[in-house]
Design a protein around this ligand. Structure first.
Ligand SMILES: NC(=O)c1ccc[n+]([C@@H]2O[C@H](COP(=O)([O-])OP(=O)(O)OC[C@H]3O[C@@H](n4cnc5c(N)ncnc54)[C@H](O)[C@@H]3O)[C@@H](O)[C@H]2O)c1
Length: 254
C-alpha cells in the first residue's frame, strides 16, 4: 500500500519502539520522513535505514520543537503528518504516595507539554495547507485505572487524550484531523526484560488481555499509518484504542 505517497511526516521518539516501527511502516507507504529523538546515535541509524532526515530534538524544549517542524517545511515543503509519540515511563514515577514532585514534573514535561508544543508548532503549517493529520500517543491507561500505579504517566496520558479531543474539534473544519492513539501494553525489549525477571508480574497483566498477549510494535504502527492516511478521513477527535480488547473486558477467556 502506498497511502502516504510523498506526504511529509514528522515522528518524535523515532529512534526506537513504536516510533521506529512507525517510521518503517510510513516509509513502506511512501512517506518522506523527518525523525526526531534525543538519542542521536539510534536516531541517525533509524533515519539512514528508512531514508529519512534525523533531527536531534528534546520535545520538551520549545526551541527544539520549533526547529523540528521548520526543518520539515524547509527541507520537504510541507508538514502533512505529525506523529507526536515520544514519551517516558521512569521508575521513580510510581504510587502517588512515593512519587516526588520532580518525577511528577519531568513526566508531565516529556509526555504532555511535549504534545502541546508539537501540536502548537505543527498546526500553523497544516492550516496554511488546509490539511493535515496529527496522531498523539496517549495510552490505554488514559481510560482505565491501574492498581500498579504510575501516577504522573497516567495523568499525562489523560491530558494528551483530552487535549487531542479538543484540538480535533477546534480544527476539524480546516481539514486537520487530530486523533489520540491509545496502545495497550507493547512487547518492547524493556517490557520483555522486566517480565522475564518476574513472570508473576507479567501474568498479573496478561490476564486482563482478551487476546492473551502484548502487542507487537508493528501492530501499533499499522494503526498509526491508518490514522495518518485518507482511509481515516472521517476520523477525528477520536480515542483510538489498539489494546487487544483490554478496555472492553470484564472476564477474559481462560
Ligand atoms: N510500550 C508500551 O507498552 C506503551 C503502551 C502505551 C503507550 N506507550 C507510549 O508510546 C510512546 C512510545 O513508547 P515506546 O514503548 O516506543 O518507548 P521507547 O522508550 O521504546 O521509545 C521512546 C523514544 O522516545 C525518545 N525520547 C524520550 N524522551 C524524549 C525527549 N524528551 N525528546 C525526544 N525524544 C525522546 C527515546 O529516546 C526513545 O527513542 C510513548 O509515548 C509511550 O508512553 C507505550
Amino acid at each position: 500500500m502506498q497511502r502516504l505517497q510523498d506526504r511529509v511526516a514528522v515522528i518524535t521518539g523515532a529512534a526506537g519502539g513504536i516510533g521506529l516501527a512507525t517510521a518503517r511502516r510510513f516509509a513502506e507507504e511512501g512517506a518522506r520522513l523527518v525523525l526526531a529523538d534525543l538519542d542521536e546515535e539510534a536516531g541517525r541509524r533509524a533515519a539512514e535505514e528508512v531514508g529519512g532526515l534525523f533531527v536531534r530534538a528534546d520535545v520538551a524544549q520549545e526551541d527544539d520543537v520549533v526547529r523540528l517542524f521548520e526543518t520539515a517545511q524547509n527541507e520537504f515543503g510541507s508538514v502533512d503528518i505529525a506523529f507526536n509519540n515520544a514519551g517516558i515511563s521512569p521508575a521513580d514515577d510510581d504510587s502517588i504516595l512515593t512519587t516526588g514532585l520532580d518525577a511528577w514534573r519531568r513526566v508531565q514535561e516529556v509526555n504532555l507539554t511535549s504534545v502541546y508544543l508539537c501540536c502548537k508548532h505543527a498546526i500553523p503549517y497544516m492550516r496554511r495547507q488546509g490539511k493535515g493529520s496529527i496522531i498523539n500517543t496517549a495510552s490505554f491507561v488514559a481510560v482505565m485505572g491501574s492498581a500498579t500505579s504510575q501516577i504522573s504517566y497516567t495523568a499525562s496520558k489523560g491530558g494528551v487524550l483530552a487535549m487531542t479531543r479538543e484540538l480535533g474539534v477546534q480544527f476539524a473544519r480546516e481539514g486537520i484531523r487530530v486523533n489520540a492513539l491509545c496502545p495497550g501494553p507493547v512487547d518492547t525489549p524493556l517490557l520483555r526484560e522486566l517480565f522475564a525477571k518476574d513472570p508473576e508480574r507479567a501474568q498479573r497483566r496478561l490476564v486482563h488481555v482478551p487476546l492473551g498477549r502484548f502487542a507487537r510494535a508493528e501492530e501499533i504502527a499499522a494503526a498509526v499509518a491508518f490514522l495518518a492516511s485518507d482511509d481515516a478521513s472521517f476520523i477525528t477527535a477520536a480515542e483510538f484504542l489498539v489494546d487487544g480488547g483490554i478496555s472492553g473486558a470484564y472476564v477474559t477467556p481462560l
